[in-house]
Every structure is written in structure tokens, then in C-alpha cells.
Design a protein around this ligand. Sequence first.
Ligand code: FAD
Ligand code: EPU
Length: 318
Amino acid sequence: MTTFSADFVQRNRLSDRPLAELTTMRVGGQATVIQLDDRRDLTEAIATGGRWLGKGANLLVGDAPAERIVLRLGRDFETCSIDPLSNGIARVRVGAAHDLAKLIAATTVAGLAGPEGLAGVPATVGGALRMNAGTSTCWMLDWVVRVEVVLPGEEASRWLERAELPASYRTCGLPEGTIFLGCELALAGGNPEVLKATATRLKQAKAASQPLALASAGCVFKNPSRELPAGKLIDDLGLKGARIGGAEVSPVHANFIVNPERKATADDVCSLIYHIRERAWRERAVVLSMEVEAWDCPDWLHAHPALVNSDAALAPVA
Ligand code: FAD
Ligand code: EPU
């Protein structure tokens, strides 16, 4: 049982709540959740060894009560400041707790181009940095010039230049356990009306091809390659609409597992993931890798499907 200093308890928000309330998939067991509002308490928060949660839009959390504390950045990390344009470029400093949609709204109104390419991606800035969130046109780290992080094993924050991040498709490339506190972007000027129209068009395209109204964690698997999108592969396997308990392969986009009635358990979702991976391996010789991060879920979720004991993994598919 972790105990906290009186200052920590007074300056931050502690609660016990189901992580289903804090994830877009709407599954996840009970956890002690700390919202770190006061930056002075960062060291004490890090000492808990807890896991950092953003908007919970890329997470699958197990049903059992979490053993580790869950930490969220709050007030002192929600700031956003935009400098005036200088030589056609404006610097934007934004905290990791800031909502990505709000950042996009602010840069669009200010006539600064770039972030609007991520319109419709649910995220905090921290989660978007960690995942290097992206669309067909851009990645989060495209406009970042430096990030403020605490590296694993360290207590003090430091700034890293963009070139120090070996980022690629859906990863910032920094070690697991790195904490993002904020970043600085360099954005070129653009026409606010054009930027707004781009954001609207991207959101409409997303809504037309993805089940945005239902609980999900976005695409479950990384695309094996540009030529082989996971959604097309799963669709071709005839798995749209396949169901285990309350979890369903979306009939709209086969790389989304949805929780339509919000009654799915993490076990339902894990079994469905196993079923998809097993079919992709057996029928197409493709090993699908998880894009969604799994907390307190069975290790076989990531194992080669040929090596998984299906009795343990597979509830019957409806
Ligand atoms: P979380 O899900 O809370 O966390 C994800 C990971 O980041 C975890 O490992 C967590 O520990 C870590 N993390 C969070 N905050 C911090 C921090 N401050 N410091 C260190 N680590 C941190 N993704 C795309 O890339 N493109 C899309 O088009 C897209 N569409 C989506 C559509 C829907 C409907 C949904 C539900 C999801 C979609 N996603 C998409 C997935 C998700 O939006 C992204 O992965 C996003 O970056 C997750 O951000 P988050 O704040 O929710 O992070
Ligand atoms: N497709 C199907 N059936 C499906 C789904 C897709 O045949 O059920 C086909 C589409 O017709 C298209 C191809 O597969 O020809 C690719 O589909 P789509 O354009 O929807 O893109 P995607 O590769 O499936 C990626 C990201 C999304 C991101 C979109 C748009 C991954 C794993 N997914 O999807 O990101 O929103 O591009 O930029 O990279 C996420 O990461 O969570 C996510 C939703």
C-alpha cells in the first residue's frame, strides 16, 4: 500500500475507480488513480512506479483490479502557448495533458498548419507523442522540435531534440516507461479557413469509414505493411461481425473491435483478438501485431498464435 505525503494528497486528486470509466473501450478493472495536478509532486508520483494514462484511447485493460497505480497528468500539464509568427514559423508549447482536439482547434484558429492533419484522433498530447499518432497524411512527431520527458530510472525532466527520438509508425521510439510532460512544435503559417476545412474533411472521412459512435480503442492491430492493411485482411477472412461475449469485430471497419452495449469484458476482447490472430496465421501466414496497448492482460495476446494454448485463449465465437 503506497502512502503519500500530506502535501501530495492535498495538491493532487486521488480516487479508486474502474478503468472502464477512463478508457474509450470501456473495459478495465478497479484501480487507484492519481491525477497529478501539481508539478512539484512529480518525483513523488514517479516513485509509485505507476503507469501513465492519457485519454485511454489506445488501451485494453484487464478485468481484475490493477496492481499498479494509474497516473494521469492534470492542471500544470494542460497549458498551451502560441508565439507570434517569426520568419513564417510559430513556436507552440503544449503540455502533455492537453487534449489533442483542443490543440488542433487552437492552431487552426491561429492559422498554423500541421496538427489539423490529426483531426479526429482521440488523444492527449502525451498519448499522441508516445504513440506517434498518425493518419494517412502525417504523424504527431512531424512538427515536434523537442519533447520534455522523464526517462526511465530518472527523476528530473529533460528536453530531447526531435532528432533524438527514433520514431516510426505508431511509436516515438523512446524506451518503455518514458514519461512525456510536454513538447514544443514549430508550425508554418496557413489560412485558418483552409485548415478548418481540412480538419472537417478528415473527420468526415474518418466517420464514414470507422465506427466512431461505439466504444473501441481504434485499430487493434498495426498494418503488417502498406500493401496489406490489417482491416482488409480481417475483412477478407470474413470476420466482420464475429462476436465473443460483448466484443465484436466491427462490421464497419474490421480492424476495430467494438463494445457496442458496453458490456464486454477484457476477457471477451482478448479471446476475440486471439481468434483473429489465429485465423490470420493459419489461413494467410500473417502474424498480426498489436497496436493497442494491453495492461494486465494475458501474455499470449502477443505470442505467436501457433504457440498459444487455444483452450486458455479462446471462448466460443458467435
Ligand atoms: P492512452 O491510450 O491513454 O495511452 C497510450 C499509451 O501512451 C500508453 O502506453 C500510455 O502509458 C502512454 N501514455 C499516455 N500518456 C502518456 C504520457 N504523458 N507519458 C508517457 N506515456 C503516456 N490512433 C492513430 O494513430 N490514428 C488514428 O487515426 C486513430 N484513430 C482512432 C479512432 C478511435 C475511435 C479511437 C478510440 C482511437 C484511435 N486511435 C488512433 C488510437 C489513439 O487515438 C491513439 O493511439 C492516441 O495517441 C492515444 O492517446 P491517449 O492519450 O488516449 O493515450
Ligand atoms: N479495408 C477493408 N475492410 C475493412 C477496413 C479496411 O477492405 O474492414 C480496406 C479499405 O477499403 C482500404 C484499406 O483497407 O482499401 C485501408 O483502410 P483505411 O483507409 O480505413 O485505413 P487503415 O490502414 O485501415 C489506418 C490507420 C488508422 C487511421 C487510418 C486513416 C492503422 C492500423 N490504422 O487505417 O488509425 O485512422 O489509416 O488515416 O495504421 C488507429 O491507429 O487506431 C487508427 C484508427
